[in-house]
Design a protein around this ligand. Structure first.
Ligand code: MTE
Length: 321
């Protein structure tokens, strides 16, 4: 059962409940024997109602919640069975086909403007980074959204490992393209392999995350095993899956979606309810699992962390700057 409540994200930032307060309330309720209550309903009159969001919401540390998602988690099954991974086809129901993704061995090439280009195996990379859990909202440009506990590490850890030269201003990251496993590569109008980009300032922002798992498990193949980007303030298409190469470059790289549909999808692609996509509004979003629709928030609600990156930049209609 889904509990409707007024969300922090629907309020101006100044009116949101600080997490410490919410956590204290939660501890108090737990002390009252109400530990089975979902985090999402704490502090509302309906908190007494028994509900089924408990397991999905429970058991995550304050650290995992420090980017307060303000929403119940999407049930795991819903999040993992509704995907975009065009290498496996255009439908949302590609999770079975994606089981053909070859993930072992997996290597990632780090090159371009770095001190010394190198190739590292996924296993070796995992020994060099600090893995943590972070609960983030994820907003697709198609106006659906999920809230997911990701496992992974900060993109800034990867930047440190790569040792970029000062001339490097952008990262260009590329997904695997393996025609034997990926029938979608036969779709002619896409400029495969899937590739996206971000600025160094975005990559080193605290929020930028590399996902290696979700719901306490290794990344499912359909969600971009073994390693993908997770950039929660941008539309989901910036979060490329199954990454095999990260290149440091001087100039803003042209991206997969800019090449595919330049009048629809821009480089920045920051979530912005004010600017509709050519054919549909971005004002609201549908929550996968409940189908409830809720208002979309600028930067997907993460303005506190990222708005300064874009200070002084002019917004335009191409998906926000
Ligand atoms: N990465 C690759 N390689 N191929 C894709 O088709 N789709 C993007 C992004 N990353 C995509 C991709 C889009 S449009 C979205 S919304 C998210 O992946 C979806 O992530 P999810 O299926 O894990 O929810």
């Amino acid at each position: 059962m889904h509990i409707k409540r007024r969300r922090e994200w629907d309020l101006p930032e100044s009116a949101a409940t600080p997490e410490a307060v919410v956590l204290n309330r939660r501890a108090t309720l737990a002390g009252l024997g109400a530990a089975s209550l979902g985090f999402g309903a704490i502090g509302t009159a309906r908190a007494q109602t028994p509900m089924a969001v408990t397991i999905e919401d429970g058991g995550y540390s304050a650290a995992a919640r420090r980017f307060d998602p303000g929403r119940p988690l999407t049930p795991q099954k819903n999040a993992e069975r509704y995907n975009n991974f065009y290498e496996f086809g255009l439908s949302k129901d590609i999770w079975r086909a994606a089981q053909n993704l070859p993930v072992e061995p997996w290597t990632i090439r780090i090159d371009g403007l770095v001190e010394k280009p190198f190739t590292i195996s996924f296993d070796d990379l995992m020994k060099k980074v600090k893995v943590e859990t972070r609960i983030y909202r994820h907003r697709c440009v198609e106006a659906w959204a999920i809230t997911v506990p990701w496992e992974g590490f900060a993109v800034s850890d990867l930047v440190k490992l790569a040792r970029p030269l000062s001339a490097a201003k952008y990262l260009r990251y590329t997904s695997l393209a393996d025609a034997r496993a990926m029938p979608g590569l036969a779709i002619p109008f896409f400029p495969w392999p899937y590739h996206e980009g971000m600025t160094m300032a975005e990559a080193t922002n605290e929020l930028a995350f590399v996902g290696t798992g979700m719901y306490h498990q290794p990344m499912p193949k359909q969600d971009g095993a073994p390693i993908r980007m997770v950039l929660p303030w941008k539309y989901g298409f910036k979060s490329a899956k199954s990454i095999v190469r990260i290149e440091f470059v001087k100039d803003q790289p042209e991206t997969f979606w800019e090449k595919t549909s330049p009048d629809m999808y821009g480089f920045w692609a920051n979530v912005n309810p004010k600017y509709p996509t050519l054919r549909w509004s971005q004002a609201r979003e549908r929550l996968i699992g409940t189908d409830e629709t809720v208002p979309t928030v600028i930067y997907n609600g993460y303005g506190k962390w990222v708005a300064s990156l874009y200070a002084g930049m002019k917004q335009n209609k191409k998906l926000f700057m």
